[in-house]
Design a protein around this ligand. Structure first.
Ligand code: ADP
Length: 454
């Protein structure tokens, strides 16, 4: 039973349960018919007996048993084909018998208040004996009513019921089997898909033939969405690992090259020593930044905290920060102090800092950045406009991808990692917002961050 398939269990259990309910119905029906028929047989026998007694007693006070024996045509008509009547004297000696269709048990002097069922010479009969006095006769009258017809009918009904029960067993097994194949089809599909997913390491897209909108259909849909999400995540992870290892390879090679140069020649040459150490330190700084950004990205993917943050407060903090680091940078603003958004302060700081960093990094003039805040029906829109080099239209769609850089040499020289905008986009999406960009090559860039009020 443990190793049976669900379909087998379903088929057997539905067949057995339908069969047993049908059997129970048959048994109840059989015994009801049985009792009802017995009662009606008894009534017929009792009627005959009553009529015989009435007939005999209506013959007047002087009638003798010999008179009756000579002419019992009328009595014959009262007694039916399956019954026998006999008159006995007080000693139990048979004086008259009408009809020989049915057997009688041996005489005892006990009269019966009700019919008894007897089996005489393999024949089932209803039997009753009463005391009888009429004319000059005093003795007993007995009736034996054959139950042969009744037994035949009950046997016939029993056989019919057994045949019907077997047919019902067959039909219920067939119905159970076909019903289970229909209902288990989507579950089988799900099992096959799961097997395929585990063999292919989630690399193939999940699809099902079952398209009904019932509970099973919903289950398959949920599984499909879940699996597509899993495969998407795995794909992204693989991509991320590939990109990270690719990005780390170059600085490691540079550091390695310089260290072996130092090992061979530079120990005593101060100039080589200094240059190699500086380059190595620079590369290590780059790696450190890359690691920090990646860690940030990974951390952000797990945690999402929300609080109300005043935008002007964040911008003022940044203005102060840049004044210290890079006095050449001008950040002008036009912000109503009432504007706040539903985002953690550090997250908003990181979004705007990354965008301002880019405005400074990809700029050939003294960086001039303008930050304004507006609102529409749903969102607060923070716009950051710079006077930088701009982005061409065919590259603008790719800049939010991880590790994408427009000009690799330039980006590296400026300390970029290709992760800044993907971090910005991820943060904005995480807080239910959107980001877009408008730019023309040589004409500055505007990034617009849309964040919901609540
Ligand atoms: P990076 O760390 O290299 O700056 P980002 O993801 O922040 O990486 O940016 C991706 C690319 O988009 C950059 O290489 C740069 O060419 C371009 N870019 C981003 N911001 C600006 C901007 N304000 N002006 C011009 N180009 C930009």
């Amino acid at each position: 039973m443990k190793n049976w398939s669900l379909q087998k269990k379903w088929t057997y259990s539905s067949a057995i349960s339908i069969f047993f309910s049908f059997l129970l119905m048959c048994v109840i029906l059989y015994f009801s018919i049985f009792n009802w028929m017995l009662i009606s047989e008894k009534k017929i026998a009792q009627n005959t007996l009553n009529e015989v007694v009435l007939f005999l007693q209506s013959k007047g006070p002087f009638i003798t048993i010999q008179d009756i024996s000579r002419n019992h045509t009328l009595l014959n008509q009262i007694v039916n084909q399956k019954q026998s009547i006999r008159l006995l004297n007080k000693d139990g000696i048979e004086l008259l018998r009408i009809n020989d269709a049915s057997n009688f048990p041996n005489f005892t002097k006990e009269t019966l208040s009700d019919f008894s069922r007897e089996v005489i010479n393999n024949q089932h009969v209803y039997f009753k004996m009463e005391e009888l006095n009429f004319g000059t006769f005093s003795g007993y009258v007995e009736i034996s009513h054959s139950l042969e017809n009744f037994s035949q009918l009950m046997n016939y009904i029993l056989i019919a019921m057994v045949i019907f029960a077997l047919i019902s067993l067959l039909i219920s097994a067939l119905i159970g089997y076909s019903l289970s194949s229909v209902l288990l089809k989507p579950i089988k599909e799900l099992r096959d898909e799961m097997q395929r997913a585990s063999q292919n390491k989630f690399s193939k897209e999940v699809s099902f033939h079952y398209s009904s909108k019932d509970e099973l259909g919903e289950l398959l849909l949920i599984y499909k969405e879940l699996m597509n999400e899993v495969s998407e995540t795995i794909k992204r992870q693989d991509e991320f690992i590939y990109n990270v290892s690719h990005e780390l390879r170059t600085p490691i090679q540079v550091v390695e090259g310089h260290l072996s140069l130092l090992n061979r020649w530079g120990k005593n040459e101060r100039e080589v020593l200094e240059e190699s150490l500086n380059i190595s330190l620079e590369e290590i700084q780059k790696m450190k930044k890359l690691m920090e950004e990646m860690l940030n990205l990974a951390k952000r993917e797990h945690a999402k905290e929300i609080s109300q943050t005043n935008i002007l407060k964040v911008i003022l903090l940044l203005q102060k920060e840049y004044k210290l680091i890079n006095p050449k940078v001008t950040i002008s603003t036009e912000i109503d102090p009432v504007y706040s958004v539903n985002i953690q302060q550090t997250a908003l700081l990181q979004i705007i800092r990354n965008l301002v960093d880019n405005s400074i990094r990809y700029n050939e003039n003294d960086p001039n950045i303008f930050i304004s805040v507006n609102q529409d029906s749903k969102n607060i829109i923070i716009s950051i406009t710079d006077n930088g080099i701009g982005i061409s239209s065919h590259q603008i769609t790719k800049i939010f991808e991880r590790f994408y850089t427009v000009d690799e040499a330039r980006t590296k020289s400026k300390g970029g990692t290709g992760l800044g905008l993907s971090i910005v986009k991820m943060l904005v999406l995480e807080y239910g917002g959107e980001i877009d960009v408008v730019s023309n090559l040589g004409d500055g860039t505007t990034f617009r961050v849309h964040l919901p009020y609540k």
